[in-house]
Each structure stands twice: as structure tokens, then as C-alpha cells.
Ligand binder design. Structure first.
Ligand SMILES: *[C@@H]1O[C@H](CO)[C@@H](O)[C@H](O)[C@H]1NC(C)=O
Ligand SMILES: *[C@@H]1O[C@H](CO)[C@@H](O)[C@H](O)[C@H]1NC(C)=O
Length: 462
């Protein structure tokens, strides 16, 4: 239903723009009527000429739009296309609230250099009961909510909190423990700090549980379909910080899988001084350099924004937005639109095509110990191109960013490998973290927009 409403809004916008154009033209003609006959003729010619130019421009821009939408299949490697390169009728019209009034922002550099291997980390002090603990926390845009092993927060009473659990489907891991509201301090560049208070799952037990179903199973990993015993994990090393959006589809039992559990959207102080809500714009930029908390006019400059649809909890929390829309092509064949996830938590890509769409697959020996003996991969040589943008009439109508790569070819934005996804329809793609090597993203939780900005060559060489 939400999708339908958005579609109609989109159509309205398009028509509205066209009507605006005509209005301007007729006002010119009306004014011309009061002129003398000679100037009238002259003006009429001018108006005709302007109208002709306008028509020509309109046609050209439509052609450009088509071009931008279809283009990437002809390209190699990690090329990106932005509709800001296209005349303005197709550029993003996602509304921005007046960003000028938001001035506060804190930059969190990563602990290690960003790379294909390893989730990016930031420094955080956890204020846990009687003891503060300074640790580095992984920044995972593929989930929402904080998880931390109980042994890491010795100051917290082992009985405190309310029982809870979380399941991360991309890694098949179940976490069981207690929810507690905790204060965190993020450590930014130049000793600046940013504070947040969010519910955290203190993990008492965890299992590797590929057969776990969050809707059926509870606070334990059951025996597997062939009677397998689940593998219990050491909880003393568990730190996970989910900062993604649109991840609350199976929110059953996951109290923190929404904006109120996202520490990056709940920054309430800088350097210990409380912020008024109108001082900081809930949202963040993710790049290969670090995290910029709080959007300002300055730090979103150059981003090409697309509108996001409302998230399922939007009525409860207006900062809840759905995953961005995308459409992909596999060896030139176009999918129907689906959703995308730009996930800093993984190096590989997951791609789920329609059942009728050929996705060349191979079965290989599982490179990891302990899992199934074989695993499926998308075949080397497969060309994948992805367009991100708003959706209308079963088509992507405005492309905010695109990229493409060939599976198995070493290119900047290509994932380390590609796994054919098996989740329910519609199509879905998880790009993995290498997407950020070519493109930074800005999530605006106030206006419901996602922005893309290509990484400049000179920046990526620093
Ligand atoms: C925060 O505090 C640090 C030192 O404690 C100081 O260098 C910095 O300028 C302060 N920043 C803000 C935004 O108040
Ligand atoms: C694909 O190609 C890469 C690089 O040449 C190679 O390392 C990898 O094993 C290949 N994968 C498959 C599934 O064939």
C-alpha cells in the first residue's frame, strides 16, 4: 500500500512540473497582448522560438534519461552514472527540509583503513553500570541495533534488563540475552565526542544456527532438520553495531531493529552538552574514510538523492524508512524492481533474481570449514549492473546511481564473490561493502532520502 501511494505521488510530481512550464508560457503571452502590434509580432516570434527550444530541450532530456537508465550494460568495470549529469527534469526532486538550520555534525574516523576484508570499526565508550568500557564497535549498515557480549560489560548486573534475541540472516547467527538502555559516547576526530542513549542487547548466549526461523523459534537454536546440534559461540568477543535502515521486516522479537535502536540516529549530545533536536539532522554519511554523524548543507553537497518509501514502523517513528529501490540487469536482461541493501557488514554480494530469470550458477566446494560441503555461486563472467532509484509503474523512474561489474573480474566496486540469494520475491540485492569504494552514501532520516556521491579519484588516492 505504501508503494502505491508513493507511485501516485510520483506521477503527480511529473504532471505538476509539466503544468508549471505551460503556466509560465501563457503568462508571457498575456503580457504580450498589451504591447503595440509591432512588438506583439516580434514577441510572438520570440515566444515561438522559446517554445521550440523548450520542446527540443524536453525531448533531449528524455532521451538522456533513457540513456542514463539503459546505459551501464554497455560499460565495463565499476562505472557509475548519476542523474546529476543529466538535464534537470530527471534530477532528484526529493524534498529537503531547510538543511541550513542544521549545523552540528561529528566525524568518526575508522579505527583501521577501510578495505574489502573486515567490518569498519569506530571507537565507542559504553557506559555500562558501574564501569565505563572503551572498545571499538563494528559499523554494520546491514542490520539495526547493538549487540555486546555480557563479559565485555562487567559493570552490568547479570540479571538486569528484559529478555531479548536477534537473528542475523546473512551470517546465520542467533543472539540471546537482555535488553538494557545504555549511554554510549562515540569518539570523533579532534577529541570531539557524540553521545547517544539506545537499547542494547547484552548477549548471554549465541549460536551458529542456519535453520533458525525468527517467526517460529524462540530463545534457543533448536536441533537442525537432520538432528544436527547447533554450534555454540563464545560471547566474550561479540560486538555488533547495526546502523542500517529498512531492516525491521521480521522485527518480531527484535526490539532494536528500528530507528529507536539505531545509535547513529539518536545522537543527543556533543562533547557532553545536550543538543536540541533542531540542531542536528538525524542521518549520517558512510564513506571509506569514516562516518559523518548529523547531516548539514555542507556535508551533503554533491550528493544525488533519491526518495525512500516509508518503513513499516513509520507511523510510530517518523525516522523509519524502507530500503532503497533498485533494478538490475544480468547479462543485459532486466529484472523487475526490488530492494537494495548497501551492507558494510559483508564483502560478498547476495543477489536474488525472479524465479523465471536466468542467473548463471555454479556449485563449488565450500571454502569455509564446518558448513555445508558445497555452496552456490553466481558464475564468473556474469555481468551485473544495478540502478538505484525511485519506483513508479513497475519501472525505476529516476536513477540516482548505477554501477556494474563482471563477476570474477577484479574491479574497484566488485564484491569479493556473488551468492545467488534464496529469500522470497521480489528481487533483492545486497551489494556488500565494496560499493563504498566507488560511492559514498548519505542517509537522511528526517526527509526520507538516500544520497549517492561518487568517490573522486584524487580522494581515493590519498
Ligand atoms: C570538544 O572538546 C574537545 C576537547 O575536549 C575540543 O578540542 C573540541 O573543540 C570540542 N568540540 C566541540 C564541537 O565542542
Ligand atoms: C572466479 O574467478 C576468480 C578470479 O579469477 C577465482 O579466484 C574464483 O575461484 C572463480 N570462482 C568461481 C566460482 O569459479
Amino acid at each position: 500500500m505504501v508503494g502505491q501511494q508513493q507511485q501516485q505521488q510520483h506521477h503527480y510530481h511529473h504532471h505538476h512540473q509539466a503544468v508549471d512550464g505551460k503556466d509560465t508560457a501563457s503568462r508571457v503571452v498575456t503580457r504580450v497582448n498589451s504591447q503595440t502590434y509591432q512588438t506583439y509580432q516580434y514577441h510572438l516570434l520570440l515566444v515561438a522560438f522559446v517554445a521550440f527550444l523548450y520542446g527540443l530541450y524536453y525531448q533531449i532530456s528524455n532521451v538522456y534519461h533513457e540513456y542514463a537508465t539503459r546505459h551501464s550494460k554497455h560499460h565495463h568495470q565499476h562505472d557509475m552514472y548519476f542523474s546529476s549529469f543529466v538535464p534537470s527534469t530527471t534530477s532528484s526532486h526529493a524534498p529537503a527540509s531547510s538543511d541550513a538550520k542544521y549545523t552540528r555534525s561529528v566525524f568518526l574516523p575508522y579505527v583501521h583503513r577501510f578495505g574489502t576484508k573486515g567490518v569498519p570499526l569506530v571507537w565507542v565508550t559504553m557506559h555500562g553500570g558501574k564501569e565505563d568500557v572503551r572498545i571499538h564497535m563494528p559499523v554494520d549498515t546491514g542490520s539495526t541495533g547493538l549487540l555486546i557480549g555480557a563479559p565485555l560489560l562487567p559493570g552490568i548486573d547479570p540479571q538486569a534488563g528484559t529478555p531479548g534475541r536477534q537473528y542475523l540472516s546473512s551470517s546465520n547467527i542467533v543472539y540471546v540475552g537482555r535488553y538494557l538502555d545504555l549511554k554510549l559516547t562515540f569518539h570523533g576526530i579532534g577529541d570531539v565526542s557524540a553521545g547517544a542513549r539506545v537499547p542494547v542487547l547484552i548477549v548471554d548466549k549465541s549460536w551458529m544456527c542456519p535453520w533458525y526461523d525468527p517467526l517460529k523459534h524462540g530463545f534457543e537454536c533448536p536441533l537442525g532438520p537432520e538432528g544436527q546440534h547447533p554450534v555454540e559461540r563464545d560471547v566474550s568477543g561479540i560486538t555488533y553495531m547495526g546502523v542500517g535502515f529498512g531492516r525491521n521486516k521480521n522485527a518480531d522479537g527484535q526490539r532494536t531493529a528500528a530507528s529507536w535502536g539505531n545509535p547513529f540516529l539518536n545522537i543527543d549530545s556533543i562533547n557532553g552538552t545536550r543538543l536540541r533536536p533542531e540542531e542536528i539532522k538525524a542521518g549520517y554519511v558512510v564513506s571509506t574514510k569514516g562516518i559523518q554523524l548529523g547531516l548539514t548543507r555542507g556535508n551533503t553537497r554533491g550528493y544525488n538523492f533519491m526518495e525512500l518509501e516509508r518503513g513499516i514502523a513509520h507511523a510510530v517513528d517518523a525516522r523509519d524508512w524502507a530500503m532503497p529501490r533498485m533494478q538490475f540487469r544480468v547479462n543485459g536482461q532486466r529484472s523487475i524492481p526490488g530492494s537494495a541493501l548497501i551492507d558494510t557488514g559483508i564483502a560478498q554480494m547476495y543477489i536474488r533474481a525472479e524465479d523465471s530469470m536466468p542467473l548463471p550458477e555454479v556449485v563449488i566446494k565450500n571454502p569455509k570449514e564446518g558448513g555445508t560441503p558445497t555452496v552456490q555461486r553466481v558464475k564468473n563472467g556474469t555481468r551485473i549492473a544495478i540502478d538505484f532509484g525511485a519506483w513508479a509503474s513497475e519501472e525505476l523512474c529516476e536513477v540516482a546511481a548505477s554501477y556494474s561489474f563482471e563477476v570474477g573480474q577484479d574491479s574497484m566496486m566488485a564484491p569479493s564473490y556473488v551468492v545467488p540469494g534464496k529469500q522470497e520475491p521480489p528481487p533483492y540485492v545486497n551489494t556488500g561493502r565494496n560499493f563504498l569504494k566507488g560511492c559514498s552514501i548519505a542517509f537522511d532520516a528526517v526527509d526520507g532520502r538516500l544520497g549517492f556521491r561518487p568517490v573522486q579519484r584524487f580522494q581515493s588516492m590519498i
